[in-house]
Write a protein that binds this ligand. Structure first.
Ligand code: KG4
Ligand code: ZN
Length: 349
């Protein structure tokens, strides 16, 4: 089965073609620049950029793979969680193309996409595994039993890890999205200079990052922000976040008895996190898998893959166009044709 994937939940337009036999055929990602001057994503501008980009990117991808619409068997688009206007663009385009091409469509859960992104790699993890999902909006430890069977083991009680990176980067005067900029600045800094807190030591599976940001703000106020101090703050902050993520991920492996950790979501592109966890895995005897960096952040390939699994199992949308701003992962079910009518996407906007 060949599936066109469309991701438009936030500020990346991602388009991909996935073939259940041949694997990923091609993909494209457009990262919107329009938000930089505002220091954060402006939902209306995001929707407009998705409108401008989605169809031309689909056309370009078909051309690049030498495929025509008749070669596509299904369409998967992100149906939530995310910005409703932005989601609507992908949903309307996906469903309209499905109608025109007379093929089934499926609305995909964005986080399910992230969790299954490592399946696109040459050496995919076997189920079950523990996933550390670290994105701009979510920080969760999830037991992944199989496609559609997820148990939340722990999560952030306040800011998500990516949000903490972005807010701290803003305090340091770095452009949006701050995560990658902060990580780059951290390479110049001394991570030992500031001892930032590692909150929620006692709550072994939950995270908290908002206090860290306050510490950074206080440190900037006290120390000033010459170039070296900024780099030292960035490095010390990154070290504190990575340490917190690692401690809790290891604990999740202990309580589940599993030996395989998968890192998913945008912060999973962070080299310090990747290297530190790989090293710890070698020392403590657990495997660590990441998708390639471009599939950690938002992309169409993960949506095409997740949608393909559900379409293959006989699921598909009903006729209405519905997206969800919020959509608990635990509402998802194992794909199964006999329960497919439970998957109509009731709007809870
Ligand atoms: O998964 P994602 O692309 O979008 C959401 O679904 O939220 O994650 C975006 C987040 C942003 O907060 C961004 O700053 C962060 O991932 N990020 C990073 C890095 N690359 C992206 N954070 C730290 N280090 C990075 N290298
Ligand atoms: Zn995402």
């Amino acid at each position: 089965m060949r599936v066109l994937g469309i991701e438009t939940s936030c500020d990346e337009t991602g388009i991909a073609l996935y073939d259940s036999k041949a694997g990923l055929l091609a993909h494209k990602i457009f990262s919107q620049k329009t938000h930089i001057e505002y220091g954060g994503v402006v939902p209306e501008l995001a929707s407009r950029d998705h409108v401008r980009k989605t169809l031309p990117m689909i056309q370009a991808l078909l051309k690049a793979t030498d495929l025509s619409p008749t070669d596509v068997d299904g369409i998967a688009y992100t149906a939530g969680p995310g910005l409703v206007g932005a989601l609507m663009v992908g949903a309307v385009i996906g469903k309209s193309l499905g109608f025109a091409w007379q093929i089934p469509t499926i609305g995909v859960h964005h986080i399910e996409g992230h969790l299954l992104a490592p399946m696109l790699e040459a050496d995919p993890p076997a189920f079950p595994f523990v996933a550390l999902l670290v994105s701009g909006g979510h920080t969760q430890l999830i037991k992944v039993m199989q496609v559609g069977a997820y148990e939340i083991l722990g999560e952030s009680l306040d800011d998500a890890a990516g949000e903490a990176f972005d807010k701290t980067a803003k305090l340091l005067g770095l452009p949006y999205p701050g995560g990658p900029h902060l990580a780059k600045l951290a390479q110049e800094g001394d991570a030992m200079r500031f001892n930032f807190p590692r909150p929620l030591i006692k709550q072994k599976l939950n995270f908290s990052f908002s206090g860290l940001k306050t510490h950074v703000a206080n440190t900037i106020a006290k120390m000033g922000h010459d170039a070296q101090t900024r780099a030292d703050i960035a490095a010390s902050f990154e070290k504190a976040v990575v340490a917190s993520l690692m401690t809790k991920a290891v604990h999740a492996l202990e309580v589940t008895g599993l030996k395989h950790l998968v890192i998913a979501g945008g912060v999973g592109a962070n080299q310090n996190l990747r290297q530190s966890l790989s090293l710890l895995g070698k020392q403590q005897g657990f495997a660590v898998t990441y998708p390639r960096s471009e599939f950690c952040t938002d992309n169409g390939a993960m949506i095409a893959y997740a949608g393909c699994q559900r379409l293959l199992a006989g699921e598909q949308d009903n006729d209405s166009i519905k997206v969800r701003a919020r959509w608990p992962l635990t509402e998802l079910r194992i794909p199964c044709p006999s329960i497919s009518d439970k998957y109509c996407y009731d709007a809870a906007i």
